[in-house]
Design a protein around this ligand. Structure first.
Ligand code: HAM
Length: 439
C-alpha cells in the first residue's frame, strides 16, 4: 500500500530544508538585531483561546482535537493568542515594552493553493505594553529589514498600510453601526480577491440594510497616501475621519525617519481578516500582485484583556515561509542550497584510507565541515562526489602524505592546486589557494 503525504503538508528533502533553514536563520538574525527576544509556546491550545477574539474565519479553519478526557483542543493556527496568554500569566514581572519574536509551525485547514498550505512555518514579531506609534513603525521596519536581508527591494514588494480606526470612522459616517463593523471588515478584506459584482451582492446581503455598496465602492479604489489625501468622498472631510487620517500621516512620518517609505503605501482594502485588530494594520504583497500576502499584522488593543489580562495593547505581524519562498523562486533569487562542505578528503590510494579517516576526524574536531567517500574509488570519482556535495576544496592524501607528511589541496571553484605540509594545512585548513599555482 502506497501512502501519500497529507494534502497541504510538505516534505522537506535536504535541499528544501536548507532553504527553509536559510529563511528561518534570516528571521532570527533580523529579530535579534532589532532588539527582540525569542519565545515559543505549545502547539496545542484550548479552543477557547481562539474563540475569545480571533474571529470566525480562523476558528472555522483550525484543526480541532477532542481529547479523551473531554477537553476541546486546537492545533495552533496562529501565535498571537498564545503570546497574549503567556504575557498575561507573567505580566507583573516582564519589563516593558515586551519585544518578543517566535518561529514555529502552525496549522490551518485552508484550501491548499499557491503559497497557502495546511502546515507552514511562521515568524511572529510583536511589541506589547505600549500605545506608542513608534512601536507600530518599528514592527513595519523589522518586516522591511527582513525583506531587504533576503534580497527583496521596493520594486519587488510593497507594504500596504491602513488603520482600522480610520475605517471604523468611515463605516460610522456611512451609517454602519459598530456592532456590524466586523462584518464590514470581513467584506472589505475580501475586496481584492472577489469580483466586484459578487462583492456588491454579498455586501447588499450582509450590510445593505444600513449602507449601500455604492457608498463604499469608490473608497475601495484608494491605493496610495496621495490618493487618500486628495480623495473627495464626502466622508473624508468629517472630523472623525480627519482625526485618524492625521494619525496615519504621523505614522508615515516615522516610517520616513526609519528610511523605509519607498516600501510603504496606504491601501483602503487592507483591513485584515482577524477580529482582534483595532488600530494600524498592514500587509506586504509582491508588487506584481500575483501571490497572496507575504506577511500581515497590526495593532490589537483588547486581546490581552479579552483573555483575562490587563489593559495592555500590542502590535506585531506574522510572516509564513511559503509565500516569500514562492516569490524568491519566481524572481530566481533563492540561494543555492548545496554549498554545504568546507573540505572533502580524498584518498589517492588504498594505503591512504586510514590516514584519510584520521584527517576527517581531526578536521571535524576543529569545526571544519568535512566529508569523504566510504568506497575506495578513483581520485576523479572522488572529485566528482566532492563537487556534487558542494565542497569548497578537496584535500588529497597519498604517497606524499605518508612519506613527507604533505597534502595536496584543490580549490574546487578555480581548479587551483597547491601542496602544503600537513601541519601548515591543519593550522589554517580554510586558507585560500593562490590561482597562480594553477597546475
Ligand atoms: P495572518 O494574516 O493570518 O496573521 O498570517 C500572517 C502570515 O502568515 C500571512 O501573511 C502568511 O505569510 C502566513 N500564513 C498564514 N496562513 C498561512 C497558510 N495557510 N499557509 C501559508 N502561510 C500562511 C496572523 O497569523 C497574525 N497572528 C499575525 C500577527 C502577529 N498579528 C499580530 N502579531
Amino acid at each position: 500500500m502506497k501512502i501519500q503525504r497529507v494534502r497541504g503538508t510538505r516534505d522537506f528533502y535536504p535541499e528544501d530544508m536548507a532553504i527553509q533553514s536559510w529563511i528561518a536563520d534570516a528571521w532570527r538574525r533580523v529579530s535579534l538585531r532589532n532588539g527582540f527576544l525569542q519565545y515559543d509556546g505549545p502547539i496545542l491550545e484550548t479552543m477557547d483561546l481562539y474563540r475569545a477574539k480571533s474571529g470566525d474565519e480562523i476558528v472555522g479553519q483550525l484543526f480541532r482535537i477532542d481529547s479523551r478526557s473531554g477537553e476541546e483542543l486546537a492545533i495552533r493556527p496562529e501565535m498571537t493568542p498564545t503570546l497574549a496568554r503567556m504575557i498575561n500569566a507573567k505580566v507583573q514581572s516582564l519589563p516593558r515594552p515586551i519585544k518578543w519574536f517566535g518561529i514555529g509551525p502552525f496549522y490551518r485547514g485552508e484550501r491548499p493553493q499557491r503559497g497557502r498550505s495546511r502546515e507552514f512555518l511562521q515568524w511572529n514579531v510583536d511589541v506589547v505594553g505600549t500605545d506608542d506609534l513608534l512601536a507600530d513603525a518599528e514592527c513595519i521596519f523589522v518586516a522591511v529589514d527582513l525583506l531587504r536581508e533576503i534580497g527583496l527591494g521596493p520594486e519587488d514588494v510593497v507594504v500596504w498600510i491602513n488603520d482600522r480606526r480610520l475605517m471604523a470612522a468611515v463605516f460610522g459616517e456611512l451609517g454602519i453601526p459598530e456592532s456590524r463593523h466586523l462584518a464590514a471588515y470581513a467584506l472589505v478584506d475580501k475586496a481584492d480577491r472577489m469580483e466586484r459584482a459578487k462583492l456588491a451582492a454579498v455586501w447588499a446581503e450582509s450590510l445593505g440594510d444600513v449602507a449601500g455598496f455604492e457608498a463604499i465602492e469608490p473608497l475601495l479604489a484608494v491605493e496610495s497616501l496621495e490618493a487618500l489625501r486628495s480623495c473627495d468622498h464626502s466622508v473624508m472631510r468629517t472630523p472623525t475621519v480627519t482625526k485618524w487620517l492625521a494619525e496615519l500621516e504621523s505614522l508615515f512620518l516615522v516610517l520616513q525617519d526609519f528610511g523605509i517609505t519607498e516600501f510603504c503605501d496606504f491601501k483602503m482594502t487592507i483591513v485584515r481578516g482577524l477580529a482582534y485588530y483595532t488600530g494600524c494594520v498592514f500587509e506586504a504583497f509582491d508588487r506584481q500582485g500575483k501571490l497572496r500576502a507575504v506577511l500581515g499584522g497590526g495593532r490589537y488593543d483588547n486581546l490581552l484583556r479579552a483573555l483575562g489580562g490587563p489593559d495592555l495593547s500590542g502590535v506585531g505581524f506574522g510572516m509564513g515561509d511559503p509565500v516569500v519562498l514562492e516569490l524568491l523562486r519566481e524572481l530566481n533569487r533563492l540561494p543555492d542550497p548545496h554549498a554545504a562542505l568546507d573540505v572533502f578528503v580524498v584518498a589517492a590510494d588504498d594505503e591512504s584510507a586510514s590516514t584519510a579517516v584520521r584527517l576527517v576526524a581531526d578536521l571535524r574536531g576543529r569545526g571544519v565541515r568535512t566529508d569523504f567517500a566510504y568506497r575506495r574509488q578513483a581520485v576523479a570519482k572522488q572529485f566528482k562526489a566532492a563537487s556534487a556535495r558542494g565542497a569548497e576544496r578537496c584535500v588529497i592524501v597519498g604517497t606524499e602524505t605518508r612519506e613527507r607528511d604533505t597534502v595536496t589541496i584543490k580549490d574546487m571553484s578555480t581548479g587551483a592546486q597547491t601542496q602544503r605540509p600537513m601541519v601548515a594545512f591543519l593550522a589554517d585548513p580554510l586558507a585560500s589557494i593562490p590561482p597562480s599555482q594553477n597546475p
